[in-house]
Every structure is written in structure tokens, then in C-alpha cells.
Design a protein around this ligand. Structure first.
Ligand SMILES: CC(=O)N[C@H]1[C@@H](OP(=O)(O)OP(=O)(O)OC[C@H]2O[C@@H](n3ccc(=O)[nH]c3=O)[C@H](O)[C@@H]2O)O[C@H](CO)[C@@H](O)[C@@H]1O[C@H](C)C(=O)N[C@@H](C)C(=O)N[C@H](CCC(=O)O)C(=O)O
Ligand SMILES: Nc1ncnc2c1ncn2[C@@H]1O[C@H](COP(=O)(O)OP(=O)(O)OP(=O)(O)O)[C@@H](O)[C@H]1O
Ligand SMILES: N[C@H](CCC[C@H](N)C(=O)O)C(=O)O
Ligand SMILES: [Mg+2]
Length: 490
């Protein structure tokens, strides 16, 4: 069990005031008063729904060792240490890193940020490092991994306590490298503050999460914040073809590197062909076939190639391994029916840009006779502005569309669907059906599909649940597609 004196956790924290004992032993950190108890240091965070400061008194009653807060409570327990800081989330991140012995400093830690492609790039880089022979960890939306051991993930980027605990487990298991996704929420909430990265990668920035960040500019600032905090020993690798790619490098101390399919850059690729069985690319003079499909994946592959070369790996060996890798679960994943009459594609496209890319890719690789039937929904309690845009795109780029539910959470599924329908233009409306029940929607799409047609089921990818009113019921697009193909004899 870890037990460290409070003062040793505060080395990197700017303390405004301190009351009570300073050398109390801390055996656990928490950001949730419900986990309070003897030996625990509770950080009171201001959240989106409530304020952790409200729970300080209740937590202290449970025998808390220390409280980290922005506002000192008027009544205090003399046996408890109170540490006043400017920003509790920032303080918590530094304390969590110190509590776990700064595991990021013992790893080659690479962070990947951007609207789309983080999971794909982090997963590919992890697979690549494993095939190069390293012990390596992964923190991603789909799952966390220590080498091949899978640890379920709850967030794209876990909170600072869980994050540092996971990195420490990686170090203990002998990992030399770790790849992680850095979400904009994580940057805004200081989940990654205090970590030492050897490299940062930016994929792209398009519409998402405006409900949380308020404006696109704030969303951009959150992503850029990650690059701004990179040390000068790190590399900062950005997508030169993305409108916001160069902005990411503006204020970073890190070594500035770029990748591009269209312009000059440290790492350059040329698209030779984008076909149903994969991508044919020329990377730095070498022509290679890859198993991933879609031009967007050419960017992901190039980003991963660049990161690996910047880590000092041999370019030829990296390309050889990359050419054999398959995509992350639920990312443009083909599901072919037993009798091969219909092709299903399960994809995690849950933003307008991702959906457009995936549909565009299907247009590029399909035979002219193949129809595209799209099943798509938009998440509840998430950015509502993307709903009409996604429905509009789906209708414009598909032969038929079934609008359905995707984790309605605490919203009325029919209200979400009405907002989606509002984006469909009158000429496209005849192509669009609305079926709130997702299983029924997938079934109707498969029924509509003729021989050889393509059914795209978008939005949930690897997810194995449908979240309705706070309850996650088992639901997996891929398994349901397989079941429906069998039931309908396709
Ligand atoms: C919007 C958001 O990011 N919310 C995260 C945030 O919760 P919150 O701000 O709502 O917290 P709150 O309920 O207001 O409570 C404030 C504080 O009081 C504490 N509290 C609360 C009640 C109590 O009795 N006692 C107590 O101490 C809470 O523990 C919290 O520290 O802090 C929590 C603890 O770290 C997170 O679990 C929670 O993630 C929620 C579940 C979530 O859905 N987050 C999503 C949006 C998210 O983070 N997504 C990103 C990116 C997705 C992507 O594009 O890939 C991710 O990285 O996963
Ligand atoms: N480089 C890319 N550019 C645009 N779209 C992409 C790119 N890579 C993947 N996509 C699309 O975005 C979807 C999500 O990809 P991925 O899971 O890799 O992104 P992510 O950034 O991890 O998403 P999240 O923020 O939800 O964790 C994919 O299913 C695909 O449709
Ligand atoms: N990381 C994203 C995932 C969205 C996936 C989609 N299926 C949804 O539920 O909206 C989020 O939490 O906003
Ligand atoms: Mg992800």
C-alpha cells in the first residue's frame, strides 16, 4: 500500500494557504467525497453538475486526512489538513502524479489529440510498438491495455488519479512505452496536467463537443493547450493538411514536425489508390499496401509512421509492420453476411466530419450498382448542433437512411430524432425513415438491402451498450447485424 506524507505530494502544487497538520500520511487520493475515509486526501472539484466543495464537511466526518480546496471552509476539523489552492483540478493532477511516483517520467509517453482518429492512431501505434518487441501500454476509448492485458475503459482519457495509477501499473509491468488519447475534456479538466510526454500528435479538428466547450474557439484552445504544455524535449507532430494543424504548433516549446498528403511536411505520403481491400500509398518514396480503408486512414497511418520514426524507430521496419495491421475495433469494420449477400460496415462515426469521410469512402470503393443504406443516430446529452448536420449528410450521401437512437441518455429519443429530421432537405426526405428502436432500425436496413448492397451502421462502433435513462443495456451493432443477417437468411 502507498503511504506518503502530504507535503511530499505538494512539491509541484502552488499552495495559497495551509491549515492543520502538514505531514499526515496519505494512503489514497479521491475526487469523490463518497470515497472518503481515514488516510484519504479529498480534492474538491468544481464540476458541470455540482461543486465538490459542497461535500467537504460530510467527507471530513468520515475521518478524512486532508482536503484540497479552492475556498477554505469556515468550520474545520483540527485533525484534518486543509490545503487551499487556486485550481483544485490542477493540484489534484500534480498530486496524483507524485502519489504514483511520476510514472510518466519512466515511460516514452505519446499523447494523441484531435476530433477524430485518436483511438485509431493510439491503437495502431500500440500494435506497432508491440510488434517491434516493446512492452507497451494503451489508454483509449475502446479499452486500456498493458501489453495484451485488457483493462476496461470508462473514458477516452481517465481522471488524473486513475490515469497515473494505470501508468504506474504499466511501469511495474516493465512497459517502456505508452500511447494515450488526450480528449479535449481531459485537457480542460487537467486530467493530463503534470504528465511528461515525449511526443504529441494532432489528427484534425472539426465540429464536436460544443455543448461542453461553448464555442469552437474554446474547443480549439483546449486541444492546443495540450501542445502548449509539451516540453522542449518532446516532438509535436501535426497534420499540415488540417486547417487548424499549424495553429497547434504556434506556442509549443516542443520540436515542430508535420505530416501531409497534400503539401510539404516532415512526413509525406501520396495516395495511389483507395480500394475495398485497402490503401495503396507512397510514403517517402516507398510504395506500400495497407489493410486499412479510406483516405482518412491514410492520415492516421502517416501520423503513426511519423510518431514511430520520431521515437527513433527504423522507417522500413515501421512500414513493413504497419502494412500488416488491421484497424481498431468498430472503426470501419466489415461484417459480411453468411451468404455474402449484404456487406455491413460498423463504424464509430459520431461527428459530421467522420460520417462524411466514411460515406465518401464507401462511394469511392463501392461498385456502381451497390446501394448504400445508412443507419445513424446522435447521442443524447451531447452537442445538439451536430444532429441536423449529420442527418443532412447521411441523406445526401446515401441511397436510403434510417434515423435511429444512439445512447439517448436522459433525453427523449423522439426529440433527438426530430432535431435530426430538421436537417434533411425536402428532395432527400423520401429516402429517410425514422425508427427509434436501434435493433429494429438495423433490421429494416437489412430488409431494404438488395443483393450486394452496403449497410453502414454508424455512431456506436465498439460500444457494447445502449444507454437509456442512465441504464446501459447490452447492445452491440456488430453482433446485432450478424444476428439479423442470419435471421433474414442474407
Ligand atoms: C462532462 C464531464 O467531463 N464530466 C466528468 C466530470 O464530472 P462532472 O464535472 O459532471 O462532475 P459533477 O457531477 O459536477 O461533480 C463535481 C465534483 O463533485 C464530486 N462529488 C459529487 C457528488 C458527491 O456526492 N460528492 C462529490 O465529491 C464529483 O466527484 C466531482 O469531482 O468529472 C468526472 C470525474 O472525473 C467524470 O467522470 C465526468 O465524466 C462524465 C461521466 C462524462 O460523461 N464525460 C465525458 C463527456 C467525457 O469526459 N468525454 C471525454 C471525451 C470523449 C471523446 O470525444 O472521446 C473523455 O475523455 O472520455
Ligand atoms: N483521421 C480521421 N479523420 C476523420 N475521420 C476519422 C479519422 N479517423 C477516423 N475517423 C472517423 O472517426 C470515427 C472515430 O474514429 P476514432 O475512434 O479513431 O476517433 P476518436 O478521436 O478516438 O473519437 P473519440 O473522440 O470518440 O474517442 C471513425 O469511426 C471514423 O469514422
Ligand atoms: N466520446 C464521445 C463518444 C460518442 C459516441 C456516441 N455513440 C454517443 O453516445 O454520442 C462522447 O462521449 O461524446
Ligand atoms: Mg477515441
Amino acid at each position: 500500500m502507498i503511504s506518503l506524507p502530504l507535503f511530499s505530494l505538494l512539491t509541484d502544487v502552488t499552495v495559497l494557504a495551509q491549515h492543520g497538520p502538514t505531514d499526515v500520511p496519505i494512503t489514497a487520493l479521491t475526487l469523490d467525497s463518497r470515497e472518503a475515509g481515514p488516510g484519504v486526501a479529498f480534492c474538491a472539484l468544481r464540476g458541470t453538475a455540482t461543486d465538490g466543495h459542497k461535500f467537504i464537511a460530510g467527507a471530513v466526518e468520515k475521518g478524512l486526512a486532508a482536503v484540497i480546496c479552492e475556498v477554505l471552509p469556515a468550520t474545520r476539523n483540527p485533525a484534518t489538513a486543509y490545503v487551499v489552492v487556486k485550481d483544485s483540478a490542477e493540484a489534484l493532477a500534480h498530486m496524483a502524479a507524485a502519489f504514483h511516483g511520476h510514472p510518466s517520467r519512466q515511460l516514452q509517453l505519446i499523447g494523441i489529440t484531435g476530433t477524430n482518429g485518436k483511438t485509431t492512431c493510439a491503437t495502431l501505434l500500440h500494435k506497432l510498438l508491440r510488434e517491434l518487441g516493446y512492452h507497451a501500454g494503451l489508454l483509449s476509448t475502446v479499452q486500456n491495455q498493458i501489453d495484451e492485458e485488457v483493462i476496461p475503459s470508462t473514458h477516452t482519457t481517465p481522471d488524473a488519479i486513475r490515469l497515473n495509477a494505470l501508468l504506474a501499473r504499466m511501469v511495474a509491468a516493465g512497459c517502456t512505452h505508452a500511447c494515450m488519447e488526450v480528449s479535449s475534456h481531459a485537457v480542460a479538466q487537467h486530467r493530463v496536467t503534470g504528465l511528461r510526454f515525449v511526443g504529441g500528435v494532432f489528427t484534425n479538428l472539426t465540429h464536436d463537443h460544443l455543448d461542453y466547450h461553448g464555442t469552437f474557439d474554446n474547443y480549439l484552445k483546449a486541444k492546443k493547450g495540450f501542445f502548449d504544455a509539451l516540453p522542449k524535449t518532446a516532438f509535436a507532430l501535426t497534420n499540415a493538411d488540417d486547417k487548424r494543424g499549424p495553429v497547434m504548433l504556434q506556442n509549443t516549446a516542443a520540436r515542430r514536425e508535420t505530416y501531409s498528403l497534400r503539401a510539404a511536411g516532415t512526413f509525406r505520403a501520396r495516395l495511389i489508390a483507395n480500394e475495398v481491400h485497402g490503401l495503396h500509398l507512397e510514403i517517402e518514396g516507398r510504395e506500400i499496401l495497407f489493410r486499412l480503408i479510406g483516405v482518412f486512414n491514410a492520415y492516421n497511418l502517416l501520423a503513426v509512421y511519423g510518431a514511430a520514426v520520431l521515437l527513433g524507430e527504423d522507417p522500413t521496419e515501421v512500414l513493413t509492420i504497419l502494412s500488416g495491421l488491421t484497424t481498431a475495433p468498430g472503426r470501419f469494420e466489415p461484417v459480411v453476411s453468411a451468404r455474402q449477400l449484404v456487406t455491413g460496415i460498423v463504424d464509430y462515426a459520431h461527428t459530421p466530419d467522420a460520417l462524411e469521410n466514411v460515406l465518401q469512402t464507401l462511394h469511392e470503393i463501392r461498385q456502381p450498382s451497390q446501394q448504400i443504406i445508412t443507419v445513424v443516430g446522435c447521442g443524447g446529452n451531447r452537442d445538439a448542433a451536430k444532429r441536423p448536420i449529420m442527418a443532412n449528410l447521411a441523406a445526401r450521401l446515401s441511397n436510403r437512411v434510417i434515423l435511429t437512437s444512439d445512447n439517448p441518455r436522459f433525453e427523449d429519443p423522439n426529440a433527438i430524432l426530430a432535431q435530426m429530421q430538421a436537417g434533411v432537405t425536402a428532395p432527400d426526405s423520401a429516402k429517410v425513415l425514422t425508427v427509434a428502436d436501434r435493433r429494429e432500425a438495423i433490421k429494416q436496413a437489412v430488409q431494404l438491402a438488395g443483393a450486394d448492397d452496403i449497410v453502414l451502421v454508424a455512431g456506436k462502433g465498439h460500444e457494447n451498450y445502449q444507454e437509456i435513462n442512465g441504464v446501459k443495456a447490452p447492445f452491440n451493432d456488430k453482433l446485432i447485424l450478424i444476428e439479423i443477417f442470419a435471421a433474414l437468411g442474407k
